[in-house]
Design a protein around this ligand. Structure first.
Ligand code: ZN
Length: 188
């Protein structure tokens, strides 16, 4: 990542909005933002396939629920944060499962790049389908989009919900079971 270039761009933005980039409070801002971007966009050159490990554990093709995976991402339309929680439900095939920390890393890697919530949701689903090949998969993301909250389009705290459905989760009965399990878990 070209940190010097980010710094120069931030100086330009500060001048363009009518600020003085040399005043005390702003002097270090371009450098701070460049270092911050290095971290929050670190997913751009990371292959999420490599962070996801597959294990074999005896399983009766029962649903596995992983809920409340926290994430922070940046909306690619405004470069403002959207953040919230991802929930994943899958039905393993041939005892192939993955660990909680693996899924956390998958979500984090895909979130740390300019994103939109819908694509983040489907990329998580596609990656799990490709690596784990489960019978069925449901990914739900609940997030607050600061670009909507800050401009008054949506009330602060309003959550946008997106979902991706794959495999046998397309059957309404299976999907409803997954959704009701998620709801039940969330009441705890
Ligand atoms: Zn936005």
């Amino acid at each position: 990542m070209d940190l010097k270039r980010i710094e120069r761009a931030i100086v330009e933005i500060l001048i363009a909005i009518g600020e003085d980039p040399t005043r005390e409070g702003l002097k270090q801002t371009p450098r701070r933002i460049a270092r911050l971007y290095k971290e929050i966009f670190s997913g751009i050159n990371t292959d999420p396939k490599k962070v996801m490990k597959v294990y074999r554990v005896k399983n009766q093709e029962e649903m596995i629920i992983i809920k409340d995976i926290p994430f922070y991402s940046m909306c690619e339309h405004h470069l403002l944060p959207f953040f919230g929680k991802a929930h994943i439900v899958y039905i393993p095939k041939k005892n192939r499962i993955t660990g909680f920390s693996n899924l956390v890393q998958v979500v984090e890697t895909l979130a740390r790049r300019p994103q939109i919530q819908e694509r983040l949701t489907s990329q998580i689903a596609d990656l799990i389908m490709a690596r784990l090949q489960p019978m069925g998969l449901l990914v739900v993301i609940e997030a607050e989009q600061l670009c909507l909250s800050m401009t008054g389009v949506k009330k602060p705290g309003h959550l946008t919900v997106t979902s991706a459905i794959r495999g046998v989760m397309r059957h309404p009965a299976t999907r409803n079971e997954a959704l009701s399990l998620l709801k039940k878990e969330r009441k705890d």
